[in-house]
Write a protein that binds this ligand. Structure first.
Ligand SMILES: *[C@@H]1O[C@H](CO)[C@@H](O)[C@H](O)[C@H]1NC(C)=O
Ligand SMILES: *[C@@H]1O[C@H](CO)[C@@H](O)[C@H](O)[C@H]1NC(C)=O
Ligand SMILES: *[C@@H]1O[C@H](CO)[C@@H](O)[C@H](O)[C@H]1NC(C)=O
Ligand SMILES: *[C@@H]1O[C@H](CO)[C@@H](O)[C@H](O)[C@H]1NC(C)=O
Ligand SMILES: *[C@@H]1O[C@H](CO)[C@@H](O)[C@H](O)[C@H]1NC(C)=O
Ligand SMILES: *[C@@H]1O[C@H](CO)[C@@H](O)[C@H](O)[C@H]1NC(C)=O
Ligand SMILES: *[C@@H]1O[C@H](CO)[C@@H](O)[C@H](O)[C@H]1NC(C)=O
Ligand SMILES: *[C@@H]1O[C@H](CO)[C@@H](O)[C@H](O)[C@H]1NC(C)=O
Ligand SMILES: *[C@@H]1O[C@H](CO)[C@@H](O)[C@H](O)[C@H]1NC(C)=O
Ligand SMILES: *[C@@H]1O[C@H](CO)[C@@H](O)[C@H](O)[C@H]1NC(C)=O
Ligand SMILES: *[C@@H]1O[C@H](CO)[C@@H](O)[C@H](O)[C@H]1NC(C)=O
Length: 869
């Protein structure tokens, strides 16, 4: 038992994940040859201008740019009918079937993209516009199916429906035999691509984009019929199987984009596609060798094969054919033999990603010295030949981004000194010791530096050494930095220094870093007060330090604070009332301090608050609002107020109106996009480790649809409101060690996601609701120390609990207790004492084992275990 409760010590952990997706492909612009039919027109006669204005007035046109001469209507020079109409990025409202638009029968060109037709469906009246050659409706928020009347548009040459929310399957293009451009990307289209699909009758198609939909099937060999295609993208769907051989019929292809599907089999037969300039097969399950001939394809400039099971074993390309490759991405494949030699001949390379190639021998960086244009290099996850990182080694001085994450590097790579164009350096996850060299800060363009997860202990030079550097984002978390914090670069915007041993006060110089938006100093040994100026930031993480004083009460109206975590310090005083001004606040955690206050009902006005953690302080007084109604806080997902001195009872409607009564998405995050190229996306995700007893934590749960409530260790009394059963997304509920009375609410049986339920140490009476039997994810339950009686519901999740979960009650019987419900003659369950003890420990770690080990639960337990596995 002791082992169990120790391993279950409630531990709350909060961190700021930084997902940094470097996708440099946009460095090289990609040219797509699409020709649109030409529809000329002249200025329209007055009655047509009037008709056009009437159409516009069906909508809210406040966003229209009336001086934009690209928008408007054009008319046929002989008949005077409107033939071309373009209104982009301005209309707001519903496109109704009665719209006067569908009276413009002579329209040949219609562009209504980027309007706000949110929640409109595509009216079938579009079928009336059967002269249309060009129809552009992307980014309009259209919902539902494409009406079958579209097959009336038999002259259509260009159809762009991308970036809507359209659904349904082919044949939405039946009869559109003149189509040359079809863009259905970024919708919810689904179903299989069958051989008889109308798609394969589109013999004139030059551009086909089905990217980011839900198509799921193998590719029929009929793709080979589309032999005029120059652009084909099927990426980000659920497509599988082998790419058919007939793909080699598509000899006009310049772009073949099949990434992010589940394709298998050997490398697609692309050798004969001699016009190919972009080949993108990333994130699939292709296997076998990569054909060497790729490197000598005459126009291939962009080759992305990352995240497959391919074997990279290039031969030196024939020197007479110099490769055009500009981008080469091979990450996460296997490499055999010496591939670096041939790669060093690809002299036009600008972007090279060789990360995580499983290979045993180290990479010699100087082999890349011949790549005179190289700007982006990612060698993460490989061994690097140490001497090639020294300052007398040669790597191209053109490098702008260098990623050497997880390369077992143990000394600072002095070679960086020569790379004056570097903007981005990632050295995280290595074993570098000692101090960060002074010269690093004078790299003139350096804006992002990541040295997290190393063994650095300080900075060379004075405490001012960073100040004049150009660095905007500095990540140095999880190192051995000690002493006081150096003065940060004037340009700093994001600073992570958590998990170090910094001490002293948080320097006030931070207050004149006007670009600073995110600061993480958690898990250090900072002392003294929280500087007032931190109220200007978006993310403030100061967890687990020795800060004292009170939280500054200086949040001004319009403050952009999203996350404030000051847990585990020595803070006193009250919660600052000015937090009320932070209307974006999503995450507030002040646990394990000495804050003395009443419950912050006033925060109810923070419409976005998702996490409120007040545990282990000196809060007191009632937690139900004076008017005895619902608590409010509609977005709250994590609500933890344990170990305070809260009192009073919860009115019946207490949990009404919480959004978490619905399973909904909505991770707590914000994204930054900022970079000279616009190519690095920073996404912060607040995540929280909910260590309730029995909760199975594969990893940190990002706060999406989960929620948890912990009221334990207070002085709450009265009944547990039935409205608790409304919180359908609840995975953990802890009401233990209070003074709740009355019955256990029957509605608990509605909490189908519940994994952890603790009602122990109260004065609950009556029986345990039988409905709890059906909670199939329940891994931990504790009803001990109450006044419950009657039969324990005999479900596999419940009977598999240790006896202690039901001990000290007024008269419970049935498994797991030894007391039988059928009189005292029935012998107690025959479990040897030792084995029982063992299982008690196991159930915490792995409830599957328990379900298997206990009598009647066997079959059901197994089935559920497989479902959630
Ligand atoms: C673009 O496509 C058209 C039509 O197929 C063709 O005539 C033209 O040569 C192509 N242009 C380029 C630059 O490839
Ligand atoms: C409106 O359009 C004109 C012409 O295209 C452009 O110069 C101007 O910047 C636009 N104004 C706005 C507010 O978008
Ligand atoms: C109308 O336009 C066509 C083609 O642009 C031109 O040939 C014709 O002369 C024009 N007719 C008149 C009446 O302007
Ligand atoms: C789009 O329209 C809807 C209702 O028609 C409106 O609520 C929303 O604010 C509009 N959005 C924009 C960006 O104009
Ligand atoms: C097809 O177009 C014709 C002519 O405009 C029209 O009469 C007919 O209703 C349209 N059919 C559909 C299904 O929209
Ligand atoms: C298909 O297009 C032809 C004209 O090419 C048209 O006459 C016919 O009505 C269309 N069929 C359908 C089902 O709309
Ligand atoms: C369709 O519209 C999207 C969104 O603007 C654009 O990215 C795409 O290039 C368009 N497709 C074609 C073929 O023009
Ligand atoms: C197309 O073929 C599938 C089977 O591959 C069949 O179920 C479907 O009915 C066919 N559709 C048409 C329109 O022939
Ligand atoms: C397409 O390719 C297949 C096999 O590669 C071949 O049999 C067929 O004739 C080709 N079709 C066309 C239209 O070229
Ligand atoms: C490529 O072309 C050659 C010669 O035209 C032909 O023999 C070979 O079968 C083709 N390969 C593929 C995969 O289609
Ligand atoms: C933190 O600082 C306090 C006071 O300066 C000191 O007693 C304590 O040992 C330090 N803790 C750590 C982990 O360095």
């Amino acid at each position: 038992m002791t082992t169990m409760s120790e391993s279950l010590l409630r531990l709350l952990f909060l961190s700021l994940l930084l997902l940094c997706c470097v996708s440099p492909s946009s460095l090289s612009p990609i040219y797509i040859n699409v020709t649109y039919p030409i529809v000329d027109g002249v200025a329209c006669p007055p009655h047509q201008i009037q008709a056009f204005t009437q159409f516009k007035n069906e909508f809210d046109t406040r966003h229209c740019n009336h001086s934009d001469d690209l928008n408007g209507a054009w008319c046929d020079n002989s008949t005077g009918a409107i033939t071309k109409l373009r209104l982009r990025d301005c209309l707001s409202g519903t496109l109704k079937p009665t719209s006067s638009l569908f009276g413009f029968h002579q329209l040949r060109w219609l562009d209504l993209s980027e309007n706000n037709f949110t929640f409109s469906s595509l009216p079938s009246k579009f079928g009336n516009l059967n002269k249309l050659q060009v129809l552009i409706l992307y980014s309009n928020g259209f919902l539902g199916h494409v009406p079958s009347s579209f097959s009336n548009l038999s002259l259509l040459s260009v159809l762009n429906l991308s970036y809507n929310m359209l659904s349904g399957r082919f044949p939405l293009v039946r009869n559109l035999s003149k189509l040359t451009v079809l863009d259905l990307s970024n919708n919810h289209f689904s179903g299989t691509l069958t051989p008889n699909s109308s798609l394969f009758e589109l013999h004139h198609l030059r551009y086909l984009n089905l990217e980011s939909n839900n198509f799921s099937s193998s590719l029929p060999s009929e793709f080979g019929n589309l032999n005029k295609l120059a652009f084909l993208s099927l990426s980000s769907n659920g497509l599988l199987g082998q790419v058919p051989l007939t793909i080699s019929n598509l000899t006009w292809l310049t772009h073949l984009v099949l990434g992010q599907n589940m394709f298998t089999g050997s490398f697609p037969p692309v050798q004969n596609l001699t016009k190919l300039s972009v080949l993108e097969l990333s994130y699939n399950n292709f296997s076998g060798p990569i054909p060497s001939s790729l490197l000598s394809m005459p126009f291939l400039s962009h080759l992305d094969l990352k995240e497959n099971h391919l074997t990279v074993s290039f031969e030196v390309p024939n020197s007479s054919t110099s490769s055009k490759l500009v981008s080469l991405f091979l990450a996460n494949n296997h490499f055999e033999g010496n591939i670096l030699e041939p790669i060093s001949k690809l002299i036009n390379l600008k972007e090279l990603d060789l990360s995580f190639l499983s290979s045993s021998y180290p990479i010699d960086l100087s082999l890349f010295s011949s790549l005179k244009f190289l700007a982006f290099l990612d060698l993460s996850g490989n061994n690097i030949y140490p001497a090639s990182l020294s300052s007398d080694s040669h790597i191209p001085w053109t490098l702008e981004m260098l990623t050497l994450k997880h390369c077992s590097i143990s000394e600072f790579p002095n070679i960086l000194k020569t790379l004056k164009k570097l903007e981005y350096i990632d050295l995280s996850d290595n074993r570098i010791k000692g101090k960060i060299p002074e010269w690093l800060w004078s790299l003139p363009r350096l804006s992002t530096l990541n040295v997290a997860n190393n063994s650095f202990n300080g900075f060379e030079g004075s405490s001012e050494v960073l100040v004049s550097s150009a660095v905007q984002q500095l990540e140095m978390d999880s190192n051995n930095f000690e002493g006081v914090l150096p003065n940060l670069p004037l340009s700093i915007s994001i600073f992570f220094a958590d998990y170090n041993s910094f001490r002293g006060e948080i320097p006030l110089s931070i207050c004149n870093r006007s670009s600073l938006t995110a600061l993480d100093l958690s898990y250090n040994n900072f002392t003294g007060p929280i500087p007032q100026c931190l109220s200007k930031l978006e993310i403030v993480e100061l967890r687990k330090n020795n800060l004292n004083g009170s939280i500054p009460d200086v949040f001004y109206v319009g403050a952009s604070l999203l996350t404030l975590d000051v847990g585990y310090n020595r803070l006193t005083g009250k919660l600052p009332r000015s937090l009320l001004n932070c209307s974006s606040l999503k995450f507030l955690s002040v646990d394990n301090n000495r804050i003395e206050d009443t419950f912050p009902f006033w925060l109810k006005a923070s419409p976005n608050l998702q996490v409120l953690i007040l545990s282990s302080n000196k809060f007191h007084g009632p937690i139900s609002p004076p008017h005895q109604g619902p608590l409010g806080f509609p977005e709250l997902r994590i609500f933890e107020i344990s170990d305070n001195k809260f009192t009073g009872s919860l009115p019946p409607s207490y949990f009404v109106n919480w959004k978490l009564s619905m399973n909904q998405d909505g991770a707590l995050y914000m994204a930054y996009e900022k970079n000279p190229y616009g190519i690095i996306t920073y996404t912060y995700v607040d995540s929280i480790d909910l260590q309730y007893k029995g909760l199975s934590m594969e990893d940190q749960r990002i706060l999406t649809s989960y929620s948890a409530i912990d009221f334990s260790g207070n002085r709450l009394e009265g009944q547990i409101p039935e409205s608790i059963g409304l919180l359908k997304a609840l995975i953990a509920l802890n009401l233990s060690n209070n003074a709740f009375t009355g019955h256990i609410p029957l509605s608990l049986a509605n909490l189908k996601e519940l994994e952890s339920l603790d009602l122990s140490g109260n004065q609950l009476s009556g029986t345990i609701p039988n409905g709890l039997r059906s909670l199939s994810f329940l891994a931990y339950i504790n009803m001990s120390h109450n006044q419950l009686k009657g039969e324990i519901p005999q479900g596999p999740q419940i009977t598999g609990q240790p006896k202690s979960s039901f001990e000290e009650n007024a008269g419970l019987c049935g498994l797991p207790l030894e007391e039988s419900c059928f009189g005292s003659n029935v012998p107690p369950t025959q479990q040897p004492e030792e084995e029982e003890e063992e299982k008690e420990e196991e159930q915490v770690l792995n409830w599957k084992a328990v379900a298997i080990g206990y009598g009647s639960g066997v079959l059901f337990g197994l089935a559920v275990a497989q479902l959630i596995a």
